[in-house]
Design a protein. Structure first.
Length: 166
């Protein structure tokens, strides 16, 4: 009798549990995930010896279409689509009273010096996507026409080099 009562109780309990499960279906919820990765694109410029010892002529002789390598550019990024490298010249080489205009050009690392006709006024940009291990390199050149007469003094100028993720 005990076994029969226990079996009936077990069956009744199972029905109650099953009924409550059927009456209260399992609940579902979602877990939203997210994360971000900061852009680590950067450029470092190293001036070449030519950058600080430009031959400006100006003492009775002139030279047109002077092309000089002025910097080595080292780029790094974590952006798989590459970066846009921009070189922006200032208003020109100046000694405070006179200004000598120049143009800039970004070329591949170790490339031959570009022809003077390759330069254009204003900033130059280069889309860089030949990264190996997150690094790439470029060379920066300037072109100017040195006049026969140029006011004496030390001439200086600045080229701003920037990088932006594509």
């Amino acid at each position: 009798m005990f076994a029969k009562t226990f079996r009936n109780t077990l069956i009744a309990s199972s029905l109650v549990v099953a009924g409550s499960v059927l009456a209260n279906p399992a609940m579902a919820d979602t877990v939203n995930l997210g994360g971000s990765v900061a852009d680590t694109s950067a450029v470092t410029s190293s001036a070449t010896g030519g950058a600080s010892s430009l031959s400006l002529y100006g003492v009775g002789s002139a030279q047109n279409n002077v092309v000089v390598k002025v910097a080595d550019l080292a780029l790094t990024t974590n952006n798989t689509t590459g970066v846009t490298l921009t070189a922006t010249p200032d208003a020109g080489l100046t000694n405070g009273t006179s200004t000598l205009a120049y143009q800039v050009l970004i070329v591949g690392n170790g490339a031959s010096a570009p022809a003077d006709t390759a330069f254009a006024a204003g900033a130059d940009t280069d889309n860089v996507n030949d990264f190996s291990g997150g690094a790439s390199a470029r060379d920066l050149y300037i072109e100017y026409d040195a006049p026969a007469l140029l006011d004496p003094g030390a001439y200086t100028g600045v080229i701003t080099v920037s990088v932006a993720a594509n």
